[in-house]
Design a binder for this molecule. Structure first.
Ligand code: 13P
Ligand code: SF4
Length: 314
């Protein structure tokens, strides 16, 4: 089917079936342009919790669609490609994390939403890169914390808060591949440019960065900062909304050390296409299905996160 036909088909099916299409900022431009809502992982979970649609089509990765299902268990949640995983979520297996918790009793377990439902079911509070600092600061200052799975986000938050944190050794293959050397060369060639980075980046990139934040925070920074040039160390899908908001600013995706596509795209995010969205809406498949007890247990840390975020106006 041609692109125009696909878009018309998606619009028709979405109307007929009372469906909503939620998209992460790392999706392709054409998906972000047809989505009902595009946001970061915190905003997407807030949307999923409140939607009155009957079907949620999640244009993102598996853990995000699972989070939507956990927050809206009576809705049909569809992921257009069930192979859209996440290397960070994969770096934290249930049996290993359970042992880590049991080996370190007396800790509050805080996990990033980039985890499977099984890991959330073992956690006390969830967080995203938009609220991790505030979630940790909401706990008493002497609280011992287990944080997982991203070691870069964990180390960054520990450096900001000085809290007692045991950090799981997981990471994201996209954010760990930026080349500081190549970034510095671009900065040299573009005087006055600011380097902005996602907290999943490694420490050398974070230290060199003028600003560190979640995808939505990076977008807001580009909108509000006076600089005219930015080097952006996160998945380049975020450039779509940045370009729409700031067409006159120069936005340069940070280069990777090495990658097969020569860019820093998340191969999992990019598995989702307009055609797969159309088919998944038409056949209402693949659907996210989770056992009731996992939904019940995993909902507790996510709802705690949403409550704390709401109280803090995040
Ligand atoms: P955000 O929380 O900024 O949306 O990031 C999610 C993610 O997967 C980053 O790689
Ligand atoms: Fe997971 Fe990294 Fe892709 Fe984000 S960019 S979804 S953390 S693999």
């Amino acid at each position: 089917m041609e692109k125009d036909e696909l878009i018309k088909g998606i619009e028709r099916l979405r109307r007929e079936k009372n469906a909503v299409i939620l998209s992460h900022y790392y999706q392709t431009d054409d998906i972000q342009s047809i989505a009902d809502f595009t946001g970061d992982s915190l905003a997407l979970s807030q949307k999923a919790a409140k939607t009155d649609a009957d079907i949620i089509v999640f244009a993102g990765v598996y853990f995000m669609a699972e989070t939507a299902k956990i927050l809206a268990p009576t809705k049909k949640v569809i992921i257009p490609d069930e192979n859209a995983g996440c290397s960070l979520a994969d770096s934290c297996k249930k049996e290993d994390f359970e042992k880590f918790i049991n080996d370190n009793p007396g800790h509050t377990v805080i996990t990033y939403v980039n985890t499977t439902a099984d890991i959330k079911a073992l956690s006390h509070i969830s967080c995203t890169s938009s609220n991790a600092k505030q979630i940790i600061e909401s706990l008493p200052s002497d609280e011992k914390i287990i944080f997982g799975p991203d070691r870069n986000l964990g180390n960054y938050i520990r450096s900001l808060t000085g809290r007692d944190m045991l950090i799981w050794n997981g990471s994201c293959h996209v954010h760990e591949q930026f080349s500081l050397e190549a970034i510095m060369k671009i900065m040299e060639e573009n005087k006055g440019a600011k380097l902005i980075a996602h907290p999943e980046c490694e420490m050398p990139v974070r230290i060199a960065a003028d600003f560190i934040g979640s995808t939505s925070e990076l977008l807001n920074y580009v909108k509000s900062d006076k600089a005219e040039k930015f080097v952006i160390a996160t998945e380049p899908g975020i450039l779509y909304k940045m370009k729409l908001a700031c067409p006159d600013k120069l936005l340069i995706p940070a280069p990777p050390k090495d990658s097969t596509c020569g860019c820093s795209e998340c191969n999992f995010m990019k598995l989702i296409t307009l055609e797969k969205i159309y088919n998944s809406l038409k056949f209402e498949y693949p659907e996210i299905l989770l056992p009731d007890d996992i939904i019940e247990k995993a909902a507790i840390p996510i709802k705690r996160m949403l409550d704390i975020s709401e109280k803090l106006g995040l």
